[in-house]
Design a protein around this ligand. Structure first.
Ligand SMILES: [Zn+2]
Length: 284
C-alpha cells in the first residue's frame, strides 16, 4: 500500500495518522520479561505524574508497574534532537498501558520505535506540524510524540487531553483493520449499533457547541474515540457525571471485568440529525 498521508489539523493538538496498519496488540510469547524489580525511581515518577496509577489499588499498581516494565523492555524510545529521560519513558509507557490495562497480557508486539521530539514536529512531506503521529508503510511500527505535549498531557488532569493515550487508542482502534472508532475485537456485535448512535449524538452536540467533549472529537469517528478515551481515563468522575451513557459504554469496553450497572438514561437534548454524517477523514 502506498503511504497515504491523511491528517487532520486542529488548534492546539494535531493528531495524525498516516494510513493504518495492524499493530498487533495481543498475547505474545515473544516479548522480553523483566528480570529485575521495578525501579524505585520509576515508581516515584508514576506517583508524581500519573493520576491513573494513583487511583489504582496496591495490587493493580503492581500489575500496572509490570505492564509498564514489559512495555519499556520491548520498545525502543529515541530522542530526536533531545536526550530521553526516565520521565519520558514512564509517561510514554503509561499512555500505552492505560488503554489496554483492562486486558490481561496484551502487548504491543509490532511496535518498534517511539520517537520523541522536543516539541511539535513536521509531518513528513507536509508543512503541517503535529504533536502525535502513528504510522504505517515506511512508518509502520513507529509512533512520534512531542515531549511538550506528552508532559502536558499528564501534568494537567482537568483538560481531558493526553496525546500519548490518544495515539495509543488509535493503535488499539487499528487492531480490527480499520480506524473507525469501533473496537471490533473488543466490542460485542450487539454493542456496535448503540455505540455508533452515541457517537452520532455526541458529535452533533459538539458541532452545535453543546458539549464538554473537546471539538477535535467531532472530526471523525476515530478521533471521537481517541478524544473521549482521553477524557475517560483522565477525568472518569467528570465523564460519569456529564456523559453517563458514554462513560458506561467506555467502561464496558475498556474494563470488561467490571460489573456493569445500568446507569440512568442521559437526558440528552434531541439534536437534529446532522446530515454531515462524519465519514472518517482518516480513511481513503
Ligand atoms: Zn487522532
Amino acid at each position: 500500500m502506498n503511504s497515504t498521508y491523511l491528517f487532520i489539523a486542529t488548534g492546539i493538538t494535531i493528531s495524525i495518522l498516516i494510513g493504518y496498519s495492524r499493530y498487533s496488540i495481543k498475547k505474545s510469547r515473544s516479548k522480553v520479561e523483566p528480570h529485575r524489580p521495578f525501579p524505585h525511581q520509576w515508581r516515584s515518577l508514576l506517583m508524581q505524574h500519573v493520576a491513573f496509577y494513583n487511583r489504582l489499588n496496591p495490587l493493580e499498581k503492581t500489575r500496572f508497574e509490570n505492564r509498564v516494565h514489559v512495555f519499556l523492555l520491548n520498545v525502543q524510545i529515541v530522542g530526536i534532537g533531545t536526550e530521553i529521560t526516565h520521565l519520558d519513558r514512564i509517561l510514554i509507557a503509561s499512555g500505552a498501558i492505560i488503554p489496554i490495562f483492562g486486558f490481561d497480557s496484551w502487548h504491543y508486539s509490532n511496535l518498534k520505535v517511539i520517537e520523541v521530539h522536543p516539541d511539535k514536529f513536521l509531518i513528513p512531506n507536509t508543512q503541517q506540524y503535529a504533536n502525535g503521529l502513528v504510522g504505517w508503510g515506511k512508518m509502520e511500527g513507529k509512533v512520534k510524540l512531542s515531549r511538550k505535549a506528552l508532559v502536558h498531557g499528564f501534568y494537567d488532569n482537568n483538560d481531558q487531553k493526553n496525546v500519548a493515550i490518544h495515539e495509543f487508542v488509535h493503535i488499539l482502534d487499528m487492531q480490527d483493520g480499520s480506524i473507525d472508532g469501533k473496537l471490533e475485537l473488543i466490542m460485542k456485535e450487539i454493542d456496535i449499533k448503540p455505540w455508533l448512535q452515541i457517537i452520532h449524538t455526541k458529535m452533533n452536540a459538539i458541532h452545535v457547541g453543546n458539549s464538554s467533549i473537546r471539538d477535535y472529537g467531532s472530526t471523525s469517528h476515530a478521533e471521537f474515540l481517541a478524544v473521549v478515551s482521553e477524557f475517560f481515563f483522565e477525568s472518569p468522575d467528570k465523564m460519569k457525571a456529564e456523559h453517563p451513557e458514554l462513560y458506561q459504554k467506555l467502561d464496558q469496553f475498556y474494563n470488561p471485568k467490571h460489573p456493569q450497572k445500568n446507569l440512568p438514561k442521559e437526558q440528552s437534548k434531541k439534536e437534529s440529525k446532522d446530515p454531515r454524517e462524519v465519514k472518517s477523514a482518516l480513511m481513503n
